[in-house]
Design a protein around this ligand. Structure first.
Ligand code: ATR
Length: 473
């Protein structure tokens, strides 16, 4: 059984007592008291909590004086002292009272190397290692090592660090780790990917796990939206990041299966590249030639779909435009434009495509029975104008392909850009008196909600997701 271990990093005995009480109330099943958080360690360690097993940790380059403190901690009731593998103190105390630990803040070694390391660590006590996880390869090495360690029946602690390691924390019970280290409060998390005691207690031992994969993933707002939807739906679930460099994408299916992930979103740059790895692809994803959502069946089969199309449909619905027979202009000819054109033509709109590179606009138009229009040949008369280029997004050129002269009160405007929420195009639409306008936020939230429903079979709370998304408005 994996214990929820609250990391107690406080600088006075009184604060340790208060924080332990807070952690206990939140569901802590063990404590790691970080004695290194004290400016000066008190002589008397009888303040160590007694309600649950305590691991006393004191990291230091220096061994002088540490042995004495560890001895005192054990005498004051600590179940274990955590001693690094390169310290001479690792063999001073009884093996049953030592956690012998190793950290690698840069990488995860191979499963074989992990097992070799654990053999060495276990000669001094309970072996513990924490490795920086960089992507699917590292997750699979941890998993492979965990399977062997679990078979031994001996206690061990194995953790993947970093945002990509979060899955190893929420699946700590599957890994077989003796403890899962958790922060007492979010602001006290000592490492990215570390969850809080309350979150761990709420998740229980078998939460629903969903994910996002792409590269890079630092700026995604999907975790906050999906985790809000889980909370609102009362589902013990967690949405984690699996940053995946292109060369490791083929390992993704195995990660999804062995960490029992119910489904994942797929984002830039893998929306096309992931298709050959799937056992089935929905008609929508086929027409968009892009997969943004994968559902994993209980048997481990992967089906790809595209909820961006549902997101586009939701944005258009918010504009109250009837697509059947409407004249719609799409600016852009990349992946986002393709999804829009697929959605619009399926709904019976007359679609026109404009783009910087006209050959791309023409190719897309031919494929979907639409018309390509040169940017400088655009004239008024569209019921709906959609920007599917990054123009106007923070960090991109604010020069837009759509001339202000074609924006009229009869036009509705949808800009897929969501940052800023009032884009140059939407400002121009407002100035021209366009009857309706919406930014990419509506689409993003709607695609997230559609993915959530696909994975959980439960309607997503749009208001909760919107609040978690943040931003203007
Ligand atoms: P996405 O998947 O987001 O659609 P993409 O496939 O790279 O991304 O496509 C980006 C689209 O935005 C393209 O149509 C691109 O125009 P080109 O085909 O001429 O490259 C368009 N685009 C990118 N930056 C732009 C800008 N600053 N102004 C206008 N169009 C731009």
């Amino acid at each position: 059984m994996t214990l929820i271990c609250a990391v107690i990093a406080a600088d006075t005995p009184k604060a340790v007592t208060a924080m332990s009480a807070e952690a206990l109330a939140a569901g802590a099943e063990a404590f790691e008291v970080r004695l290194d958080a004290f400016a000066e360690i008190p002589d008397d360690l009888s303040f160590l909590p007694t309600e649950k097993p305590v691991i006393a940790t004191l990291r230091s380059e220096e061994d002088e004086g540490r042995g004495e403190i560890f001895a005192k901690a054990l005498a004051c009731g600590a179940a274990y002292v955590d001693i690094e593998s390169d310290s001479v103190l690792r063999n001073v105390f009884p093996q049953t009272r030592v956690i012998c630990s190793h950290h690698d803040f840069a990488k995860t070694p191979s499963a074989w190397e992990i097992l070799h390391l654990f053999r060495d660590l276990s000669t001094s006590g309970v072996p513990k290692a924490a490795f920086m996880v960089r992507g699917p390869r590292d997750l699979l090495e941890i998993r492979k090592a965990a399977v062997v360690l679990k078979q031994s029946g001996e206690p061990f602690i194995l953790i993947g660090m970093g945002a990509a390691g979060e899955i190893t924390r929420v699946r700590a019970a599957d890994i077989g780790s003796l403890v899962s280290y958790c922060a007492v409060r979010p602001e006290l998390a000592s490492a990215p990917g570390q969850i809080t005691v309350v979150e761990a207690a709420d998740l229980g031992t078998d939460p629903v796990i969903t994910a996002i994969t792409g590269w890079p993933l630092e700026h995604t707002r999907s975790p906050q939206m999906h985790n809000a939807a889980f909370r609102a739906a009362g589902i013990a679930g967690r949405y984690v990041r699996i940053p995946t460099p292109a060369e490791e994408l083929p390992l993704l299916p195995e990660v999804l299966r062995c960490y029992r992930i119910r489904g994942t979103n797929v984002t830039i740059p893998h929306k096309q590249a992931v298709i050959p790895l799937l056992s089935a692809v929905s008609a929508e994803a086929q027409s968009a030639e892009a997969v943004n959502t994968i559902l994993v069946s209980p048997a481990g089969n992967l089906t790809g779909t595209n909820t961006d199309i549902a997101g586009i449909a939701a944005a258009v619905a918010a504009l109250r435009v009837t697509l059947s027979g409407a004249r719609v202009l799409v600016a852009g000819a990349g992946g986002a434009a393709r999804a829009a054109v697929a959605c619009l033509t399926a709904a019976g709109a007359a679609v026109f495509i404009t783009n910087r590179s006209m050959e791309k606009a023409e190719a897309l138009a031919v494929e979907f029975g639409a018309a390509a229009v040169l940017p400088h040949a655009l004239t008024a008369g569209y019921d709906l104008i959609i920007n599917a280029t990054p123009a106007g997004m923070s960090g991109f050129s604010s020069e837009i392909l759509i001339p202000e002269s074609i924006l009229t009160p009869q036009t509705a405007v949808f800009d897929m850009v969501y940052e800023p929420e009032t884009t140059p195009l939407l400002a121009a639409a407002q100035a021209a008196g366009c009857h309706a306008a919406v930014c990419g936020k509506t689409m993003l939230i709607a695609q997230a909600a559609a993915s959530f429903t696909l994975w959980t079979g439960t309607a997503a709370d749009i208001a909760a997701m919107t609040a978690a998304f943040g931003g203007e408005s």
